[in-house]
Structure formats: C-alpha cells, structure tokens
Design a protein around this ligand. Structure first.
Ligand code: PLP
Length: 406
C-alpha cells in the first residue's frame, strides 16, 4: 500500500469544504430552479476586459516569439529588470524601495505559499479574523497549523486576531500574544476595510518590539480612496519588519494572466542576522523559475502612464459597483462595511448564521454570496459580496435584493 501523504487529512479541511459547499449549493439550486438566472456575487473574480493597450502589448510580444529576433527563453528568476524598476518607481513612488528588492511572481497567492516554505513550519502565526483563507490554508499545508478545534473553529497553533466593527477592524494589540509571523491584509478581504496610518504605525511598532515579521498583503491597494496607506512601507520602520505581497490580479484584471510581486527589504533580518532577502531569493530560484514573460510584458504596459490610467478606470468601474451594493444593503436597514477602499462589501446580519443568510438569499433571489464563516469564526453573522462583476448584474442583484426585504 502506498504511504499516506501528509495532506490526506485535508480532505476534511473545513476551508476547502466551505468552497465546495458553495458550489454544491449552487448546483442544487440550479437543479431546483433550472430557469433561474443565477447572479454570482460570490468568488472575487474580475469580469471586465483588460484595456487594449495592455492586451496588445502581450499579443505583440507573444506573436514575436515565433520569430528569431523576437524569441526569448528563461528570464531572470526574480523578474524582468524593467518591470521590477517600474513596480518600484510607479507603485512605490516616494518610498525607498529598490528594484532589487522586488521579486516578480505569478500571483500573490503563490507567493504566500512560497513564503510559508521560507518561514517553515516551526513558527507561530497570527492572522486577522476574518481573513483571506490562503494564509491559514498554506499554514495547514506546511504543517504549522496544528489540529482544527471544532468547538471554536480555529486551528490550534494559529492566533486569530479579531477584527470587526467593535474594534474598528483592527486587532487589540494589547491583548494579542507575540507570534513570529503576522499575516496582515489591507484593504482586508473579506471586510473591505483599509487600515489607517495610525493603526499601521501601531502594527509596525508591535512587530518591532516583538521581533515579529509582518507579511503584508496589499492585493487591493489600488482600490484605496480615503488616503489610507497603500503600502506598509509608508510606515517608518516597516523596512525592518515587513514583507509585502501584492498582485496585478485586481488592479489590471490579471486574475487569469497571473502576475504579482513580493517586496523583501534588505534591512529585514532573521534573528541570526541573515538577510531574509537572501533566503527568499533562494526560494524563488528553486521553487519558482520566474513569471511568464508574456504576463510580465503586460504588467509593464499596465504601469506605463497610459496603461495605468486605463487599468485604473476599470478599478473605478468596480468601485461604482461597490457603491451600488453598499447603497442597496444600507437601504434595507443593514450595516454594510467596506466597498469604499475595496471591491468587497461585508454585510452584517446580527444574530443569524452566515450559512442561513446565504441560503435564504439564494433561495429568494437566486444570488450567490459567500457566508462569512468561511473567512474564520469572526465572519459568523456576515456575508461577503463582491463588486467584481458586470454592471447589469449589480443592478439586477440590487433590484432583487430590494424585493427580498421590502
Ligand atoms: C487578499 C488576497 N491576497 C491575494 C489574492 C490572490 O491574488 P493572486 O491572484 O495574485 O494570486 C487574493 C485573491 O482573491 C486576495 O483576496
């Protein structure tokens, strides 16, 4: 008999079950109502076309690969130099980020897993509760998380930092135990909340005092409208304590193209004095081999002055969708968070189970949402809806929801 893999246990992983449970509910619903036009406000997937200036650059480059002059093979594992420079100069303008500290990737989610390999299983980890499931799931895969404790719906070795309206969506650091790693996402998926400068200053101070590394996920930074920091490196001292992972997925519609980046500052050191950037470089060269050259050309085009304007106009479109959703839920007398600095709206149904709300909305309106409990126990009583969708779906969803709670 073959040996049992270390992940065999994951067949019952609650987070994986959560995603497939939503798909199963959708399938069941479609069987029950074959003529229903189901609207998905569930998974955060982009829907709007990539601006032509960006798509053409990739098409031209790909076509030239069929010519002797245009062909190229492997590139630098860390990414195309011009793109690294453009990321540092465009997205971190005014901040002391060097192009050599930028590692281009095939997406933030992939880098979160590579960072888990870098950090190893013998570390303590804290996450926001609720949070994007990849931080915990990759901790489970690396063998760090420990047992799942059904009674509290938490993994044993993970510190869940409650982040809800009661604490302005920012953890009470005075009662948060020290951990080696703090995963922190701003604007946060699922709550849509961006941390303020003051909150991030507190976080950096907390990490510095405790010798912790912050893994800061800024995948939705382009949606920030209220002046909140777009990068952790806007905070003094962050270069010594933080790694930043980010993505072209939501800013440039690259969810399918796949492109992201991670910043590892030279000043960030392990306790033995070894620069983290050296080890991350080794992981990138060993466990990755560089992002697709075609995708990188697209990334570069999206950071040109014309390209950037074009992709940001798509971000604006999604932000208008978010406003439609916030207004809809607010008009129903519900508290809807987020939607200003992120394409997610986090709606509170006090006293209700998030799965019951999900089922009720699906049954009555044929709209798929995401039950908040899939993002951690702090997501109970909430649903997340995404503004990443076509405008007509948003308007139709709004009309249906308004009839749900007349
Ligand atoms: C917070 C957060 N980080 C990372 C990702 C994944 O990004 P990518 O498509 O670059 O892998 C997502 C995707 O939904 C996300 O919500």
């Amino acid at each position: 008999m073959p040996f049992s893999g270390s992940l065999a246990v994951d067949l019952v992983d609650p987070k994986i079950l959560h995603g497939s449970q939503i798909s199963m509910c959708e399938l069941e619903h479609m069987k029950k109502y074959p003529n229903a036009k189901v609207i998905s406000l569930g998974i955060g997937n982009t829907t709007e076309p990539i601006p032509d200036i960006v798509a053409s650059s990739m098409a031209d480059y790909a076509r030239a690969l069929s010519t002797p002059e245009g062909y190229s093979g492997y590139g630098d594992e860390q990414g195309n130099k011009a793109l690294r420079k453009a990321i540092a100069e465009t997205l971190y303008r005014g901040l002391p980020i060097k192009d050599t500290e930028v590692f281009v990737s095939d997406g933030a989610q992939c880098d979160i897993s590579r960072l888990q390999i870098l950090l190893g299983s013998d570390v303590s980890i804290a996450v926001q509760d609720p949070s994007f499931p990849a931080y915990i799931d990759s901790s489970v895969i690396i063998g760090q998380a420990g047992d799942f404790q059904e009674a509290v719906e938490k993994y044993q070795n993970i510190e869940y930092m409650e982040c809800g309206p009661q604490n302005n969506f920012f953890p009470d650091l005075s009662s948060t135990p020290r951990t080696d790693i703090i995963f922190f996402c701003s604007p946060n998926n699922p709550t849509g909340q961006a941390a303020s400068r003051q909150q991030l200053e507190n976080l950096v101070k907390f990490a510095s005092e405790n010798g912790s590394i912050i893994v800061y996920d800024s995948a939705y930074a382009a949606f920030i409208t209220d002046g909140s920091p777009r990068s952790i490196y806007e905070i003094p001292g962050a270069r010594k304590v933080a790694i930043e992972v980010s993505s072209f997925s939501k800013v440039a519609g690259f969810t399918g193209v796949r492109l992201g980046w991670t910043i590892v500052p030279e000043e960030l050191l392990f306790s033995n004095g070894i620069p983290v950037i050296n080890d991350f470089n080794r992981i990138v060269c060993t466990c990755f081999n560089g992002a697709s050259s075609v995708a990188q050309v697209g990334g570069l085009a999206s950071l040109s002055s014309q390209g950037f304007k074009a992709v940001l106009s798509v971000v604006d479109y999604y932000k208008e969708n978010a406003k439609i959703l916030v207004d809809t839920f607010t008009s129903l007398g519900l508290k809807a968070y987020g939607g200003v600095n992120a394409p997610y709206v986090w709606v509170h149904f006090p006293g209700s189970s998030s799965w019951d709300v999900f089922s009720d909305i699906l049954e009555k309106t044929h709209i798929i949402t995401v039950p908040g409990s899939g993002f951690g126990p702090g997501g109970e009583e909430y649903i997340r809806v995404t503004a990443l969708g076509h405008r007509d779906s948003m308007l139709e969803a709004s009309t249906r929801l308004r009839t749900l709670f007349p």
